[in-house]
Design a binder for this molecule. Structure first.
Ligand code: GLU
Length: 470
């Protein structure tokens, strides 16, 4: 049974790189009929942010990445929050102390700082050589201590990563990391091993930043007599060829993109493709299709650059697919915020906008014409392409009013063009500018009359007539 996990630290924010790690772990588990687990890694309590776990859970839920075991839903391998597992880690730390794979270290901050000042690049194993008796006495005296991993001084270790192939690290390049801190809490370096084993994780999918420290974890698996998981390390998502997409860019969070008006599944679909190539080269895929096509072989060894333009395009495909009701319900938030209480048919506005926005927040700009009339600029009648002028508008305005009142407005405008010896485009331009005062609108004059209603359309045309003839 395949079991994968997503193990975020609760920092109050879900980076889309993290979301992608969760997604791949989810897809891989589901593809193989396995289970996907959420584990909260909150052992670094200084970094913790209130409400952060809820943010993660809600983001995964919106993204459609449903976990089988984890906080709230529980499961057979809980608790799924590391700070609630303190005793478990201590038990295994003691086992490692007994076997000599770990040791107690009493070095003070000052001693460590001095050691580094003198040029040391890693801990010098000073406390490894304390006698058992001395260790016991100092603990009994209440001296603070940490438990460190005892890494062999020479030799090397190799393991196989499913994306990067064989990875070899010399032990001399590894440090005797802290496993248990002086407050009794484990570090990531220890807790990830204990939990992945106890939670039955078969495939460990995580960021490439852990690629070179994995041999340390393997030493722990070996020391405890446990089977190592299969490792799958992932390249980061980049802003450009040099820089990772970072929180500091202001738009690396899943919620940031939701706020920008992206649909959750469009984001998921896009990031799925950032680092993984489906065999069939398809781009638009539902969650079921992603599960169906996912494979470790498709994961890229090189990093990928985030392309918001492409994500907008993908998003627009999902926007077009929304039912009219769903689109309208989503659009109302933007109307309420930017264009409330207009005397228009908002439902019809949604119909006009749905095919014209890529992300929902485009609504703000696409509907800006709603405010344009109040600030009418007659220069807009001058159009180079159509060779229209303000004089032409002045001459046509009465006829535009008559045509708008006609049974078939479009036919009347067409006839008007014929009667005046003008191009149809010239008449339509003048008519639409007169109605809206905006160069760009989601639809032509007929749509605008429908949107405003005839009474309001007439009021507008008469107001423009006054301006033109003043
Ligand atoms: N808590 C770690 C992180 O947020 C998880 C790494 C892992 O998946 O093992 O980077």
């Amino acid at each position: 049974m395949v079991r994968t996990r997503f193990a975020p630290s609760p920092t109050g924010y879900l980076h889309i790189g993290g979301l992608r790690t969760a997604l791949y772990a989810y897809l891989f588990a589901k593809k193989n009929g396995g289970k996907f687990i959420l584990r909260i890694e909150d052992t670094d309590q200084n970094r913790e942010v209130a409400g952060a776990v809820d943010i993660i859970i809600s983001a995964l839920d919106k993204a459609g990445i449903h976990y089988d075991e984890g906080p709230i839903v529980g499961g057979d391998y809980g608790p799924y929050v590391q700070s609630q597992r303190k005793e478990i880690y201590l038990k295994y730390a003691k086992q490692l102390l007994e076997s000599g794979d770990a040791y107690c270290c009493f070095c003070t901050k000052e001693r460590l700082a001095e050691m580094h000042e003198k040029g040391a690049t890693k801990y010098d194993k000073h406390c490894l050589h304390l006698s058992k008796q001395e260790v016991q006495e100092r603990i009994a005296r209440g001296e603070p201590y940490v438990i460190r991993q005892n890494i062999p001084e020479s030799g090397s270790s190799t393991y196989h990563d499913e994306v990067f192939g064989d990875v070899t690290v010399d032990f001399k390049d590894l440090e005797d990391n802290i496993l248990i801190k002086s407050d009794g809490m484990p570090t990531y370096n220890f807790a990830n091993v204990i939990d992945d084993h106890l939670m039955g994780i078969t495939h460990c999918i995580r960021g490439v930043e852990y690629l070179m420290s994995t041999p340390k974890y393997n030493l722990l698996y070996d020391a405890l007599g446990w089977k190592r998981p299969v490792y799958i390390h992932l390249q980061p998502i980049m802003r450009d060829s040099q820089h990772k997409l970072s929180k500091r860019d202001g738009d690396a969070g899943f919620e940031d993109f939701l706020r920008k008006g992206f649909l959750p599944h469009a984001i998921v679909n896009y990031i799925a493709l950032l680092g993984w190539n489906p065999k069939n080269n398809r781009e638009k895929m539902s969650m079921d299709e992603l599960v169906e096509s996912f494979s470790i072989e498709g994961l890229q060894k090189s990093s990928s650059i985030f392309d918001e333009t492409k994500m907008r395009w993908l998003n627009s495909l999902y926007v077009k697919e929304m039912s009219a009701e769903d689109f309208h319900a989503a659009a109302v938030t933007y109307y309420d915020e930017y264009y409330p209480n207009k005397a228009i048919d908002y439902k019809y506005l949604s119909e006009l906008l749905q095919s014209r926005v890529e992300v929902l927040s485009d609504i703000k700009e696409r509907a800006a014409f709603l405010d344009a009339f109040d600030d009418f600029d007659v220069e807009l009648f001058v159009n180079k392409k159509w060779k229209t002028t303000i004089d032409m508008a002045r001459e046509l305005i009465d006829d535009c009013i008559t045509a708008t009142d006609a049974e078939d407005m479009n036919a009347a405008l067409e006839q008007l063009a014929i009667d005046k010896g003008l191009k149809k485009g010239q008449v339509l331009w003048i008519h639409r500018i007169a109605l809206t005062g905006a160069a760009a609108t989601p639809g032509g004059g007929a749509e605008m009359v429908k949107l405003f209603g005839k009474t309001e359309a007439m009021r507008r045309l008469n107001a423009v007539k006054k301006i033109l003839t003043a």
